[in-house]
Design a binder for this molecule. Structure first.
Ligand code: FAD
Ligand code: FES
Length: 313
């Protein structure tokens, strides 16, 4: 008798994002601080850079080390043709370099901050579904909390027709893109010039009021709505969101009350990134039903329609 695991028949498994992933050793081009406890690292990894789509991620690991044992997931921030590029240029297939932006947090990122040019990193990817299911709308609103902006830059560039990635993009599909970025304090923000250079309208909020609007991203969304910045009809707006779970749950409720579509990119801890270990599961509602089941966020996510998430916060 042949038994098949339920997940083996799922759409995600048939789609097989992980099947296209490469496992490689990448050379570090630079690894520099860009904000309080935040670094930007550039890796030479042509196969990953050429294929990565907005919202996809790679698993990174330090070679020849067993502490930490497990790799960690990081969103592709952007991809480049030359080691010195600041803006993606040329056909995606010519891209050789991928940037990641990370917050020094625990074991892996504490070690990663000491890596220097010429060192090697083990990487596998590109992984996950990315933001491909985010519809084309007049006004795309990127909502980031903490380090969540890393997953959103390439999406904004792609939708404004400023860059193509992998097999997608190259023409404008959103008339406007706005970034609403919340953090505890001004020092936590990285440079916003990448977003501004792409033509993305940037608004910030800090809990302590040290820059931007004082309050949470929800306060910022309320303020931008009242100020007429988010004035399009709900059908012409869409939110793409990445940040801590509590913040994404709040953004999910905010959009749902207003009839605005929303996709979120979950940051569940992951061990393998390719669907084997089941460490990354989240509770996802069945399509068109009330029930839910655990889904692997590395394979079927990390991006989901917000109403499908059963939030635990
Ligand atoms: C798809 C995806 C993309 C990501 N992209 C980025 C990125 O671009 N930049 C970035 O800085 N981080 C990103 N992360 C988060 C990053 O992978 C984790 O924070 C990672 O654990 C850091 O490794 P570490 O060893 O430094 O910390 P760890 O030692 O793993 O963790 C330190 C502490 O944080 C807790 N923790 C770890 N991960 C999470 C989590 N996801 N949510 C809540 N608590 C957690 C642990 O329980 C522990 O207490 C991403 C995560 C996912 C799933
Ligand atoms: S991280 Fe291993 S199954 Fe998702």
């Amino acid at each position: 008798m042949t038994m098949s695991h339920p997940a083996a028949t799922s759409e995600a498994c048939r789609t097989g994002f992980a099947d296209a992933a490469e496992y490689l050793t990448a050379r570090v081009v630079f690894n520099r601080p860009i904000a309080d406890g935040t670094f930007r690292i550039r890796l030479e990894c042509p196969t990953l850079a050429a294929a990565a789509l907005p919202g996809q991620f790679a698993m990174l690991r330090l070679p020849d080390r067993h502490d930490p044992l497990l790799a960690r997931p990081f969103a592709f921030y952007d991809t480049f043709r030359t080691a010195l590029d600041e803006i993606p240029d040329g056909h995606p297939a010519e891209r050789r370099y991928a940037d990641f932006v990370y917050l020094v947090h625990g074991k892996f990122t504490t070690a990663l901050q000491h890596v220097t040019a010429g060192d090697e990193i083990v990487a596998w990817g590109p992984l996950g579904n990315g933001f491909a299911a985010v519809p084309s709308v007049d006004h795309l609103v990127l909502v980031a909390g903490g380090i969540g902006q890393t997953a959103l830059l390439a999406l904004g560039r792609e939708r404004l027709g400023k860059a193509a990635y992998g097999h997608i993009g190259g023409h404008q599909t959103a008339r406007r893109v706005t970034l609403c970025w919340g953090a505890r304090t001004a020092a936590m923000f990285g440079d916003t010039s990448d977003f501004r250079a792409a033509g993305i309208d940037v608004h910030q909020a800090t809990l302590d009021g040290s820059t931007g609007r004082q309050g949470t991203v929800i306060d910022l969304l309320d303020h931008l709505t009242a100020a007429g910045v988010l004035r399009a009809s709900p059908a012409a707006l869409h939110v793409a969101c990445c940040g801590p779970d509590g913040m994404m749950a709040a953004v999910s409720r905010w959009t749902s009350h207003r009839g605005i579509g929303c996709h979120v990119s979950l940051e569940a801890p992951m061990a393998c990134g390719i669907g084997i270990c089941f460490t990354c599961v989240a509770r996802i509602r069945e399509e068109g039903g009330d029930g839910w089941d655990y889904r692997r966020t590395c394979i079927e996510g990390p991006v989901f329609e917000a109403p499908r998430i059963v939030w635990e916060t």
